[in-house]
Design a protein around this ligand. Structure first.
Ligand SMILES: *Cc1c(COP(=O)(O)O)cnc(C)c1O
Length: 475
């Protein structure tokens, strides 16, 4: 399997070659030359593998279609060591819960940081360790977080030889739970850096460090951000698992309701559907930051400025631009790199937006690719949290609530929907309290975090100070 850039200007590469990279050298995003195709026979084998051998075995079966430069036995072992009951709290790894009216919830937040990012990041950690070991190299992961990504990355990379993590977070912007989760890690390879500034300041610092090519090379700087291809492939697995667990046979179709911000979560669903998984619709859910919902409604893609990006009660979807979106548009415009260059490298840069409303390709979003979209607001989320609690005695987090809203609003007669659950409510206790008048219980395994010593340094938003800190801690 070879990987090509959406902008057409990069040599085709293998999986392990792009594993440690972000953007392709031409500024595009990597995608497989063509998606592997899943026949009904293969789907039948996967159904058996999941039922008899569990999630790790299914992950191996799916991943090996995309990864042909890791020996089969090694890949099987990487999957087996990653998707364990120990890391994910239960043998099944993902859970299925009936919400009534043909809607089920697929629980993806049983991993170490209680959000769905663990599903991909845990695998990424194992793959990084494996590949760096093979190449005799080391990597210093530099990232910025306002919540779930940072902790997922740190819990995936902690204690791994050859890898260090330098994670920037804006002072005073994360929830108590998120801070406790990250800052109490005491592994020598994890560095929490609080920046006296905003999340945008953190991102600007990362851009400034990355712009210094010599420093980047000498300090072996890399990233684990949402455009990383391996994260997407890992996410394809939970669509397959959700499909298999929610159906009795391979002639059935289901739709997925997907909370998404960077178009990462739902891009994996698009890939699964292109592979031939019987998905009827991909129901895209956003909050008030509706960049993506607006595109599927109007054909206009208009990223927002940071001033226009509002702070909502589903904060992990408060994004101004959807960094994976170019991958879907590449398929939408017939995989023509010239058109991607025109849309993403010319129009978006010059005009701040592009408009496909009159383009003959645009109706294919729904007709060929099965996309439908809905945006919800704070009141919708509170209502969904309350309804699911009252109907089912089940507590959902605000991001999952966005997806429940989309499912209820877009469901067609006879349509069976799998809602992707992306975080545990305890991570967003304030909103739960507002919806229900009571805060969620802190799981026993996490209650002790509040009392542990914090390992964190504070720096001003100054790129030289940051570089000096990194240099001083990788020697
Ligand atoms: C990151 C995140 C999302 C959105 O995922 P994308 O990859 O941006 O689509 C949704 N919910 C939660 C809880 C998240 O952490």
């Amino acid at each position: 399997m070879r990987y090509i850039s959406t902008r057409g200007g990069a040599e085709p590469r293998t999986f392990c070659d792009i594993l440690l990279e972000g953007l392709a050298p031409d500024g595009g995003l990597y995608l497989p030359e063509e998606y592997p195709h899943v026949t009904p026979e293969i789907l039948g084998q996967w159904r058996t593998a999941l039922a008899e051998q569990g999630y790790a075995a299914l992950a191996y079966e799916v991943l090996r279609l995309f990864i042909d430069d890791v020996p089969a036995e090694d890949l099987r072992e990487i999957c087996a060591r990653t998707y364990t009951a120990e890391a994910f709290g239960n043998e099944e790894i993902v859970s299925i819960t009936d919400l009534g009216d043909d809607v089920v919830l697929e629980g993806l937040s049983h991993g170490p940081t209680l959000a769905f990012k663990d599903m991909a990041m845990q695998l990424l950690g194992a793959l990084f360790e494996y590949e760096l070991g093979r190449r005799g190299k080391e990597l210093n992961v530099l990232g910025a977080t306002s919540g779930d990504t940072g902790s997922a990355a740190e819990y995936a990379m902690r204690g791994r030889p050859g890898i260090r993590v330098f994670m920037l977070s804006p002072k005073g912007r994360m929830s108590d739970f998120q801070r406790a989760q990250m800052y109490t890690l005491d592994d020598a390879n994890i560095h929490n850096i609080v920046i006296d500034g905003t999340f945008d300041d953190c991102q600007d610092l990362i851009k400034a460090v990355s712009a210094d090519a010599a420093f980047k090379r000498e300090a072996h700087i890399g990233s684990v951000n949402s455009i990383n291809w391996a994260r997407l492939v890992a996410q394809v697995v939970y669509y397959v698992a959700g499909y298999l667990r929610a159906t009795a046979s391979n002639d059935e179709e289901v739709s997925f309701a997907v909370p998404t911000g960077n178009f990462g979560n739902i891009c994996a669903g698009h890939i699964a559907r292109q592979m031939g998984l019987p998905i009827r619709h991909l129901l895209l859910a956003t909050n008030e930051n509706n960049v993506l919902e607006e595109f599927f409604r109007t054909g206009v893609y208009r990223p927002r400025s940071s001033q226009e990006t509002v702070k909502t009660s589903s904060p992990s979807m408060d994004i101004s631009k959807a960094s994976n979106f170019e991958r879907f548009v590449f398929d939408l415009v017939g995989r023509d790199p010239e058109r991607i260059l025109d849309l993403f490298a010319a129009k978006l840069v010059r005009l701040g937006q592009f408009d496909l409303s009159d383009d003959p390709d645009f109706p294919r979003c729904g007709e060929w690719y099965g996309f439908r979209a809905a945006a919800s607001d704070h009141g919708d989320r509170l209502r969904s949290i309350r309804e699911v609690w009252e109907d089912r005695g089940l507590l959902i987090d605000p991001h999952t609530a966005d997806a429940v809203c989309a499912a209820r609003r877009l469901q067609q007669p006879g349509e069976r929907i799998v809602v992707l659950e992306t975080a545990q409510p305890v991570k967003f206790a304030e909103t739960i309290r507002e919806a229900l008048g009571q805060a969620p219980e802190v799981p026993e395994a996490y209650a002790h975090l509040a009392g542990l010593e914090r390992h964190v340094v504070e720096l001003p938003p100054d790129v030289d100070r940051l570089k000096a800190y990194i240099a001083g801690n990788i020697a």
